[in-house]
Every structure is written in structure tokens, then in C-alpha cells.
Write a protein that binds this ligand. Structure first.
Ligand SMILES: [Zn+2]
Length: 274
């Protein structure tokens, strides 16, 4: 039996706003002011009160990054959320009919990308080796900002990564991508329905998926695992829209779209919920 406390903890996994984007590698600038960092540090100790956390987070001001580290958001916004979605659909259609461009980028292109990135979409995907976003959407370096964890779930650090891509790189689209036969969701189904026991980190990986399994179970589907896979990405997409002030504001203004989708391992096609 899954306790209410565990389920709430799982839900908070994505519902809790990101406190701060971690200090970048190689001396990248912090995205928070000193005051912001202090505030963020203090907030970590108040994470049990989500309402207070949300209110306090509104006072944390991000610092605009130097142009040398990230291109202007306005430049990346040259593409609309719907145009970005269209590019993904088009790319997947090419992939699914076997015509994907698998050529590697030239070194000139690699060098050009070193000056900055402006990915047109954020993909939250499963770690599954058969569902690599760049391949199934026929994309290349610099086009997709990808966050991958088995089960396509979003940790607080993952949320910070997503906010970074939207706020500082100007990505106009977030796709929460599940896939058929997802083993992580299958494990969550076994935990919820057969009391399967997973140890340590494996259990923590499955925990955020359990609410979707229970939700799907209420519909009495013929295939619970498949229903839970689709429920899981829909739930994550819905919660992402309000999990952070920046995301919520951009969604409200029509500058950002958050959609769920499911990749079919057999046909190579991605079915979008939008
Ligand atoms: Zn998976």
C-alpha cells in the first residue's frame, strides 16, 4: 500500500519550485544575485511550506547573464511555440519514415555553437536508450535542451534546468516525452499493484511516478502500464505550467507552450497531446 505521505512527497517532486540554478561548470556565472543566493539558501530550509516558498521565491531576482555566456532570449524567441512544435512534428515524421538526417555536424558548426546556444525546445525525456530526442526528432547539436531521467520525471534540479533553458536561452516549447513500454513506469505499476519492492535509489526513481499509476488505475484501463505512461507525462506537463513563476508567466502570455507526448518504440512516431 502506498502511503499518502509518500504520494505527497512524490507530487512535490515537480510541484516544488526550483530554488536556484546550480553554479555552472567551468566558472559559468551564477544566475542569482548574492541576496538571491542567501534568500534561496534560507528557502531550502522552509521547503515544507509550499505556499510560503512560492511567495518568498517571487522576491528572488535572477541576474541577466552576460551575452558571451548566453544569447539574448529575444533572438531565440524568433520562433513561436507553435512553430517549435511544428518543427518537432516535422522532424519526427522524417524519422518515422526512415529519412532522418544522421550526418554529424561539421567542426565549423561545432565551433560556431561554442559561442552560444538557442535551443528551440526543451525535451523532458526518459533515459531509455531507444528514445533519444535528437534522433527521433531529426535534430542536431544546439537544437534541443534535454533533461532525461528514467520515467521522464522532473526533480527540483531538473526543474531548475528547464527554467534556465526557458528564461535564459529563450526556448519557447517544453515537451514532456514518455514512451511505450517504459520500464520505469512498469516498475511503478508493479510497486503499486503487486507490492514489488525496490531498493534505495531505484525506489526513489519510481516514487514520483506512483501518483500517475494510481490515477490511471481509477480508469480501469486494459493496459495499466500504457495508461500510466500517458497519465504520467500529462500530469508532469500540467504541473510544470505552474511549478515556477517564470514558466507560468510565459505560458499565460503565450510565449511558452508545455505539451506532453508519447513516443512509440515500435513505429518511431511521437503522438503529441497538442
Ligand atoms: Zn522509459
Amino acid at each position: 500500500m502506498v502511503s499518502r505521505r509518500l504520494l505527497l512527497g512524490a507530487l512535490m517532486g515537480v510541484a516544488a519550485p526550483a530554488i536556484a540554478f546550480a553554479e555552472g561548470e567551468g566558472g559559468s556565472p551564477s544566475l542569482l544575485t548574492k541576496k538571491g543566493r542567501r534568500t534561496a539558501h534560507a528557502l531550502k530550509h522552509q521547503a515544507t511550506d509550499k505556499a510560503a516558498l512560492d511567495k518568498a521565491l517571487a522576491t528572488v531576482k535572477p541576474v541577466t547573464p552576460e551575452p558571451a555566456h548566453a544569447p539574448a532570449a529575444a533572438e531565440a524567441m524568433a520562433i513561436s511555440p507553435d512553430e517549435a512544435l511544428g518543427r518537432l512534428k516535422h522532424g519526427n515524421a522524417i524519422f518515422a519514415r526512415g529519412g532522418a538526417n544522421i550526418s554529424l555536424p561539421s567542426m565549423a558548426r561545432v565551433a560556431e555553437l561554442s559561442k552560444g546556444q538557442k535551443p528551440f525546445a526543451v525535451i523532458i525525456g526518459c533515459s531509455d536508450s531507444r528514445a533519444a530526442p535528437e534522433l527521433i526528432f531529426d535534430c542536431n547539436l544546439g537544437e534541443l535542451f534535454v533533461v532525461r531521467v528514467a520515467g521522464s520525471t522532473v526533480s527540483r534540479e531538473g526543474l531548475g534546468s528547464i527554467v534556465y533553458a526557458v528564461e535564459h536561452l529563450g526556448a519557447p516549447l517544453i515537451v514532456v516525452l514518455g514512451h511505450t513500454k517504459c520500464g520505469a513506469v512498469g516498475a511503478a505499476v508493479d510497486v503499486a499493484t503487486k507490492h514489488a519492492e525496490l531498493h534505495g535509489a531505484l525506489y526513489e526513481m519510481v516514487l514520483p511516478i506512483l501518483p500517475a499509476v494510481l490515477e490511471a488505475e481509477e480508469q480501469h484501463p486494459a493496459d495499466l502500464q500504457d495508461a500510466a505512461i500517458r497519465q504520467n507525462v500529462r500530469d508532469i506537463a500540467r504541473r510544470l505550467k505552474v511549478a515556477d513563476g517564470t514558466l507560468a508567466e510565459r505560458v499565460e502570455e503565450g510565449r511558452l507552450k508545455v505539451v506532453s507526448a508519447c513516443y512509440d518504440l515500435t513505429t518511431g512516431t511521437v503522438a503529441f497531446d497538442a
